[in-house]
Design a binder for this molecule. Structure first.
Ligand code: C2E
Ligand code: CA
Ligand code: CA
Length: 840
């Protein structure tokens, strides 16, 4: 304690004593205040006392800091060395101006030469009778600053970090704007994005960075919100530093003061480019989907199984003729669907309701339009999607009005499988059904019957009454045929005049026979067309599955053979297949085989049978008849190869062979001075089918210089009935015009009408042998012969009796005016050489 202190406290000690306190004890405690312990907790402080001239009389350093950094000698004026000169002056000035000046900042030089900041606080104490003394402190404030600065720096760093994390790394760009909308601040990302300094964006500068196409719209929204104060939410494209554009979303709200006035706008700018593109892509794909649906005229029913919502698209509603407001319910759908299709729809709806829908389904249902009531065919195609666990997620069903397609498709399908004239199934469909039935019968072991029907006289009707009548006859028959058929039968027109029926209920010969009688009865009832009664006959061939054939082809063949047999054995009846028919067919094919052989080996030889005047016995001519001479088995008659005359290809070749040989023989006769009269050859229907039969014959004759007048062609009436009758007519006229005579062979047995005699250039009628045979016994035959003779002579035709074998027949014929005969009586067919010798 220095003496000034003692003095100061002397009075105080007496005061304490007055209060009953001991100064010594107090003094001791007071001493403790100066203990070094306090130095450790004290702020860096020097207490000092100076006289009025600034000389430090005493000083107390209350901190380790000063002890470390400053010279401890400060007494007298030496403290001045520690401070800056200007600070010393400032202290002096302050002391002059006030006895208690405010804190005076100073700079202090430390031992190490650095400068630290300090603060001087002081007060002048004036004791009576004492010189005034300055009491003061010098405090080092740098330490506190250091601490605060560190804290500040830390806080700043933390705040920067925070800013960086919360602002810089945030995709959003924060901004604020004045109440009038002028941008005041904008986050640093703005510059990162646009390359435009934030200051440039201030005010309305940011608009420069907008896509030109978005400026107007953005500004319109922004200025409207500025007026209303409502939150802003606007999308626009922002130009980036590299010149590309990115979609941004700008949102802002206004902060208001207590009076509700807008103080400031706070906003963010958010990069929504990826989102926008995804949205756009979605919108695009939705648009594409919508257009596809629209252009395909598809209606859509969409069931979201998760949300349980069902949606009917506009197209679907308009397809059904429903207004947009009509509630779309399953009941409504069921009501619109055709009663027969209702159960199918109900099943589909049930499946959806109970999560049992298949992944894919298709169904075409008939629906009555709600507005017009028109019946439409609606095709539905459904797709379901399922979660991984198999739970249904969604069912989409598309609908298409396929009425037009369906009807045209049906028309096409119908046309492909039906005969347009009779409207009956055609051969293709009939055959397919036969195949199916065969297959089924083979599986079940059940049988069925098959009948083929051929209209006998269709050609005649066509010829006589025209094709309309022929068509009417076909349609009339088809109708009778179909109405007569059992309910389980499949009938069809197999081509031309051939029809077929397959019937499980006619699975025996007896049943087929019974049914055919019924059909024949129906056919016999007159059929009237255009006021004319059309009369026709039918031939039928029948076969039973299992009994006559075990597959479709075999069965059809059996029925075909039976039909063939019916036609060649008098017609107008049913022939049921018998194995003998197969033998006959085999025989026919072996005939064809032999004919081929005869042609190939040049075995064909004409035999000549004379035609004579029965009154005088004079030979008027010959008919050339085909023989073929087998090297081992000898000479064969044409009946051994009769089937070959029906075969288009072989018949022609046979005729060619005959013609060549007959022409050669006639030529040889003529050269030998023998006049054979007229020589006839037989021509079959097939001959007329070849390109130019007349030309072919005439060329042959011309080549050997045989006058056509020496030649005759015999045809049966069947050549008028087959296909290509016009060609037959042309050929006959050409031959006739050239002088070749035309003879109608087997007259009276055919089916041709008398009109043929007018239509074709017939010169000769050859009365069939069957009439001559019994002419002596059968008065009826005599009458027919009589009629033919009269007919021939009245038409100016020559009449020849065939197969004259007895003198009695000759007498009778002559009596009836038929003087020309051909028969064994007058001469058998003989080879060329024999004729020569006989004639000679
Ligand atoms: P067709 O044209 O009616 O020929 C007459 C047939 O009657 C001949 O039989 C002849 O031999 C036979 N005939 C003649 N007079 C008598 C008689 O008094 N009594 C009997 N019972 N028969 C008699 P052929 O030669 O066997 O010929 C049979 C049929 O073969 C012919 O009948 C004809 O339709 C056909 N044919 C013969 N040769 C040819 C030919 O070169 N071409 C064509 N396409 N058919 C031919
Ligand atoms: Ca003949
Ligand atoms: Ca004949």
């Amino acid at each position: 304690m220095d003496r000034f202190a003692d003095r100061r406290f002397g009075g105080f000690a007496s005061e304490l004593a007055q209060d009953g306190l001991e100064w010594d004890a107090f003094h001791y405690r007071n001493e403790l205040l100066f203990s070094p312990v306090f130095q450790r907790v004290s702020p860096p402080l020097i207490r000092w006392i100076a006289d009025s001239r600034g000389r430090v009389l005493s000083r107390e350093i209350a901190s380790e800091l000063f002890a470390r950094h400053f010279y401890s000698d400060m007494t007298g004026n030496s403290w001045r060395a520690m401070l800056d000169r200007r600070d010393c002056k400032a202290l002096a000035d302050a002391a002059k101006q006030s006895s208690r000046p405010g804190p005076i900042p100073v700079r202090m030089r430390t031992v190490s030469g650095e400068t630290r900041s300090g603060i001087v606080r002081m007060t002048l104490v004036m004791e009576p009778d004492e010189a005034p003394l300055w009491y003061g402190t010098l405090e080092d404030i740098d330490e506190r600053h250091d601490r605060d600065r560190r804290a500040l720096a830390d806080a700043l760093a933390e705040s920067r970090q925070h800013y960086r994390w919360s602002v810089e790394l945030n995709p959003q760009v924060p901004w604020t704007a004045a109440p009038n909308g002028a941008i005041e601040e904008i986050g640093p990302r703005w510059q990162d994005l646009t390359g435009m300094a934030p200051v440039q964006a201030q005010g309305v500068g940011w608009i420069d960075a907008l896509h030109p196409d978005d400026v107007e719209r953005t500004m319109a929204i922004w200025s409207k919100r500025l007026r209303s104060g409502d939150p802003v939410d606007v999308d626009y494209r922002l130009r980036l530093a590299d010149g590309s554009y990115r979609w941004m979303r700008s949102r802002a709200s206004a902060r208001r003061d207590a009076k509700g006035r807008i103080v400031r706008w706070y906003g963010t700018l958010e990069d929504i480019h990826a989102q926008k593109l995804a949205q756009r892509e979605l919108a695009d794909s939705e648009e594409r989907f919508r257009l596809a649906v629209q252009s395909a005229r598809l209606g859509i029913w969409d069931f979201d199984a998760v949300a349980g919502t069902r949606t009917w698209s506009r197209e679907f509603r308009s397809m059904l003729g429903l207004s947009d407001t009509e509630p779309a319910t399953s009941e409504l759908a069921l009501r619109l669907v055709h009663p027969e299709d209702r159960s199918r729809l109900a099943a589909m709806l049930d499946a959806v309701a109970s999560d049992r829908m298949p992944p894919h389904f298709e169904a075409t249902l008939r629906v009555y339009r709600a507005d017009t009531g028109a019946l439409r065919w609606i095709k539905s195609v459904g797709w379901s999607s399922f979660s991984d666990s198999g739970r249904p997620l969604r069912v989409i069903v598309t609908f298409q009005d396929v009425t037009e397609e369906r009807s045209s498709e049906e028309r096409i399908r119908w046309a492909a499988t039906h005969d347009p004239m009779t409207r009956m199934p055609n051969r293709a469909l009939w055959q397919a059904t036969l195949d199916d039935m065969t297959e089924q019968a083979r599986r079940t072991g059940e049988s069925f019957g098959l009948i083929l029907v051929d209209i006998d006289d269709l050609k005649r009707t066509n010829d006589m009454l025209g094709h309309d009548a022929g068509d009417a006859l076909l349609c009339g028959f088809a109708q009778r045929f179909a109405s007569c058929a059992p309910a389980d039968a499949m009938v069809g027109r197999l081509g031309g005049d051939e029809f077929g029926m397959i019937a499980p209920s006619l699975a025996s010969c007896a049943a087929l026979a019974e049914w055919s009688a019924e059909l024949l009865g129906g056919v016999r009832a007159p059929y009237v067309h255009n006021g004319r009664s059309l009369d026709y006959g039918i031939s039928m061939g029948g076969a039973v599955f299992g009994e006559h054939g075990n597959d479709a082809a075999e069965l059809l063949k059996a029925a075909d053979l039976a039909l063939y047999a019916s036609k060649s054995s008098g017609r107008g009846r049913l022939t049921l297949f018998q194995s003998q028919l197969r033998a006959e067919a085999q025989q026919r094919s072996s005939m064809i085989h032999m004919a081929r052989q005869a042609i190939a080996d040049d075995l064909v030889v004409p035999y000549y049978q004379p035609k004579s005047d029965m009154k005088t016995g004079r030979i008027l001519g010959y008919e050339a008849l085909l023989r073929w001479q087998h090297p081992r088995t000898g000479v064969h008659a044409p009946d051994s190869i009769a089937a070959a005359f029906d075969n288009a290809e072989i018949a022609v070749e046979l005729t060619e062979k005959m013609l060549a040989k007959v022409v050669r023989d006639v030529d040889r006769w003529l050269r030998a001075g023998y006049d054979p009269g007229r020589v006839a050859i037989n021509a079959s229907a097939a001959d007329f089918m070849q390109h130019d039969f007349a030309g072919y014959v005439l060329d042959h004759l011309a080549r050997c210089a045989i006058p056509p007048q020496r030649f005759e062609v015999e045809v049966t009436e069947t050549v008028f009935l087959g296909r290509g009758a016009e060609q037959v007519e042309r050929a006959l006229h050409r031959l006739s015009a050239a002088g070749v005579r035309i003879a109608l062979d087997d007259f009276g047995t055919g089916y041709a009408s008398l009109s043929h005699l007018k239509q074709y250039p017939v010169d000769v009628l050859k009365i069939d042998r069957s009439f001559i045979n019994n002419i002596e016994q059968d008065a009826g035959d005599a009458v027919i012969v009589d009629a033919i003779v009269k007919l021939g002579s009245s038409l100016g035709m020559e009449v020849v009796a065939e197969g004259v074998e007895t003198p009695g027949q000759v007498d009778l014929l002559i009596a009836r005016g038929c003087t020309i005969g051909q028969g064994y009586l007058m001469g058998r067919p003989r080879p060329w050489a024999a004729v020569r010798s006989q004639a000679a």
